[in-house]
Design a binder for this molecule. Structure first.
Ligand code: ARG
Length: 466
């Protein structure tokens, strides 16, 4: 990055150069260089549109587009040194273009402002980011489906209040996360729709005086619509906030999964063992194997939430239209997207390679009276009203607790005394695998229902858009 010194593109009404500290303070090139590809594409579309509308000549548009192509290639190759004095990516590229193709470059900014330019670039960047996020989430969903299929028969305790509640299929538990990520993908697709609106042609805020064609640039850049109001077009950062809000929800989902991985990997649960490649050791305790990937992802959730709150606060109270405050949107946006992509990239192989301890999961379903609801349901089938059946099964649990036994270990006559109308078939009903198989309601945990869940998941994965 080079420093101060050169005449500003906007320097006409100024008699002094910018203070050196201020120059660094307000420059955004240190981070908004990431918009270079979008900026160049948008400038090419703008130049071609200007020629089409007779505002510049086709020859001038060609010179501008070719010059921009060269700049794109050089930035890609790492050959360009950006200048802090040129402030941001928009003016850096315009300055480079002027150095390369001379005076014709000065026509590029006709009928345009940095205000509609930055809004356009940021929208295009968000649209590309959404596509990448969707692909990553989809891949994560596929991994969950593969895991669920590979462990079709594994039973584990389902929990409420982190207390053992009812037995479920491990596959069913995994598919719960599939559904969360499906909603995340739908939200992103929805956000994409509202982001795909071109601000280009709004000018500084009021529209422009030249006979431009806003639909031509929108079409070339892949926008679905043009913004209806020029003031809103340059003032709006809803699309950034909406995307980061969607990212906050994704992180919340990942964080819940991480918390479970951390619990499951503990000796207390022992449900999984993480692969060595996705765990870390302790500098002092030789025996340790820590689930750092899950912990760090859980931790990074706070950072994405923070960006959401930061963005909402930046925008709060800003008068229309553009204000320099809005330059603060980019670091938050970029970091939120980078963070989510990095977490997904680390979490997915960690899940794919973990060892599932079927024996430990199954053993955990045997203690804790996970079949108590099934005893109550059995009594209901024998004509007992559910509330009474609940009380009777509760008495059986209390008795079994005192005896240090499982429900199925109570003698038949004791069960009969405590619960009333039980038959010899009660012991079959208390078998945890039967408890799972009995929950055949749509979306339930019975193997047949989970097979339907898997089929639904695979059909959704095969679809073009979520
Ligand atoms: N770097 C600015 C931003 O990111 C670009 C727009 C600046 N426009 C202006 N008139 N200062 O928001």
């Amino acid at each position: 990055m080079t420093g101060q010194g050169r005449m500003k593109l906007w320097g006409g009404r100024f008699t002094k150069g910018t203070d050196a500290a201020v120059e660094h303070f307000h420059a955004s090139i240190g981070f908004d260089w990431r918009l270079y590809e979008q900026d160049i594409r948008a400038s090419q579309a703008h130049a071609r549109m200007l020629a089409k509308c007779g505002i510049i000549t086709p020859g001038e548009a060609d010179a501008i587009c070719t010059g921009l192509e060269g700049i794109a290639a050089d930035i890609e190759a790492g050959k360009v040194e950006f200048s802090v004095s040129a402030e941001d990516i928009h003016m850096n590229i315009e300055q480079l273009l002027t150095e390369r193709i001379g005076d014709v470059a000065k026509k590029l900014h006709t009928a345009r402002s940095r205000n509609d330019q930055v809004a356009t670039d940021t929208r295009l960047w968000c649209m590309a980011a959404i596509d990448e996020l969707d692909a990553r989430l989809r891949s994560m969903q596929s991994t969950l489906v593969r895991l669920a299929e590979a462990h079709r028969d594994v039973i584990m305790p389902g929990y409420t209040h982190l207390q053992r509640a009812q037995p479920v299929l491990f596959a069913h538990h995994l598919l719960a996360y599939f559904e969360m990520f499906q909603r995340d993908r739908q939200r992103l697709a929805d956000c994409h729709r509202r982001t795909s609106v071109s601000p280009l042609g709004a000018g500084a805020l009021a529209g422009v005086t030249q006979p431009i064609d806003r639909y031509a640039t929108a079409l070339e850049l892949g926008f679905d619509e043009v913004a209806a109001n020029s003031i809103d077009a340059v003032s709006d950062r809803d699309f950034v906030i909406e995307l980061v809000a969607d990212l906050a929800l994704i992180m919340m989902h990942l964080s819940r999964l991480c918390e479970e991985v951390v619990l499951w990997a503990s000796a207390e649960f022992g449900f999984i063992e993480l692969d060595d490649a996705y765990s870390t050791g302790s500098s002092i305790m030789p025996q340790k194997k820590n689930p750092d990937v899950a912990e760090l992802t859980r931790g990074k959730t706070g950072r994405v939430y923070g960006h959401l709150m930061g963005l909402l606060t930046v925008m709060k109270g800003l008068p229309l239209a553009y204000n320099k405050d809005m330059q603060e949107d980019k670091e938050a946006l970029f970091d939120a997207v980078d963070t989510v992509l990095a977490c997904l990239a680390a979490m997915e192989p960690m899940l794919a390679t973990m060892r599932v301890r079927e024996d430990k999961m199954r053993a955990a379903t045997l203690d804790g009276y996970l079949n108590a609801t099934d005893l109550a349901d059995y009594l209901v089938r024998r004509g007992v009203p559910f509330r009474d059946a609940h009380a009777a099964a509760g008495r059986a649990v209390l008795h079994a607790l005192r005896e240090g036994k499982r429900l199925e270990e109570l003698p038949f006559d004791v069960l009969q005394n405590l619960c009333g109308p039980v038959g010899g078939d009660v012991f079959t009903v208390l078998d945890v695998r039967r408890c799972v198989a009995a929950r055949r309601s749509t979306g339930g945990t019975a193997p047949s229902a989970v097979e339907e869940g898997l089929a639904r998941a695979k059909a959704l994965l095969a679809q073009e858009s979520p």
